[in-house]
Design a binder for this molecule. Structure first.
Ligand code: NAD
Length: 289
């Protein structure tokens, strides 16, 4: 039987969850955004207001009231049972902490209808690490978005060995229906497709500068001109923000920890956290980020 996805609940309306909720609602689906407290929902409300302005500026067709209607149409709830009672799909975007994710799925399984598909937006954890807590291993998989999903519109779809192929297909179709380019993985891989390539690339760039071989400007110039692409690795790191790569490196082996120390001593401890902070490897004027 074809799987119909119309009603979507997003769990955790933080940075990514709010973007996902907004994009799904913008694409015409019924959306509920769940978060743990009224204070967190107030934060979500604020994020939706910012997204209205961003969509009006960046997304063709969003001006003329559509962005405002999108925000107004999203139902906010801090009551999990109410938020998921009729959901066809729950997209989970709670903090990247395995115990929080596992506990979230345990509670979610108690109140969600049996038919509801669960999808995790986790960047670094594998769905296999959570599947035992979902109570529906065949209806569980990863659906991973990139930050600023309205323009970096890929959605990586990755099941476990237990995911029902029909569920996988329905989620791939759903990703297309919300304006994403679906990226299908045939089996589980930490980092999916994009980060499996991007993270080692960024680490190689950091190693060149931390090792004193070439400064960040030179590394970027080499990559931009040599590959004919618009951004070098350090420009990319500035957009991501330096804390995320720092945390990844600090948890690694000896080589990675040396690179983490270089990032910390030369940039993070000096408040140079990337474009959002006004300075990272480069300086940014207020309106350029
Ligand atoms: P965030 O901290 O901005 O948001 C997390 C939200 O979850 C908060 O609003 C918090 O109140 C809420 N929350 C906390 N505990 C909860 C619970 N038990 N139930 C429901 N909600 C709860 O984090 P984020 O950056 O949006 O990341 C969320 C997920 O998205 C992570 O798995 C992360 O790996 C993934 N992700 C993040 C990015 C990114 O660039 N930030 C990109 C891709 C994927």
């Amino acid at each position: 039987m074809a799987i119909d996805i119309r009603k979507v609940t997003v769990m955790g309306a933080g940075i990514l969850g709010s973007q996902i909720a907004f994009q799904v609602a913008y694409s015409g689906f019924e959306v509920t955004a769940y978060d743990i407290s009224d204070a967190a929902l107030a934060g979500a409300h604020h994020r939706f207001a910012e997204l209205v302005a961003t969509y009006r500026d960046d997304v063709p067709g969003a001006a003329g009231g559509k962005a405002e209607q999108t925000a107004a149409g999203i139902v906010l709830s801090a009551d999990l049972a109410v938020a998921v009672k009729d959901a066809d799909l729950v997209i989970e975007a709670v903090p990247e902490v395995l115990s929080i994710k596992q506990d979230t799925y345990r509670r979610l399984n108690e109140v969600a209808p049996e038919r509801t598909i669960f999808a995790t937006n986790s960047s670094t954890l594998l769905p296999s690490d959570m599947k035992d807590f979902t109570g529906r291993q065949d209806k569980f998989l990863a659906l991973h978005f990139s930050n600023e999903i309205w323009k970096r519109n890929i959605a990586e779809v990755m099941g476990t060995s237990d995911t029902d192929p029909d569920v996988f297909r329905a989620v791939v179709d759903f990703a297309g229906a919300i304006g994403m380019v679906p990226i299908e993985l045939h089996k589980e891989k930490a980092g999916y497709v994009l980060n499996s390539m991007l993270v080692p690339f960024l680490h190689s760039a950091i190693a060149l500068s931390a090792g004193g071989y070439a400064d960040p400007e030179t590394v970027d110039k080499t990559w931009r001109i040599g590959m004919g692409v618009p951004l070098g690795p350090f420009e990319t790191l500035d957009i991501i923000g330096l804390n995320t790569p720092y945390n990844g490196l600090a948890n690694g082996g000896e080589r990675e920890q040396k690179l983490a120390a270089w990032l910390k001593d030369n940039y993070i401890d000096k408040g140079k956290l990337g474009a959002e902070s006004g300075e990272g490897f480069y300086r940014y004027s207020g309106d350029s980020v």
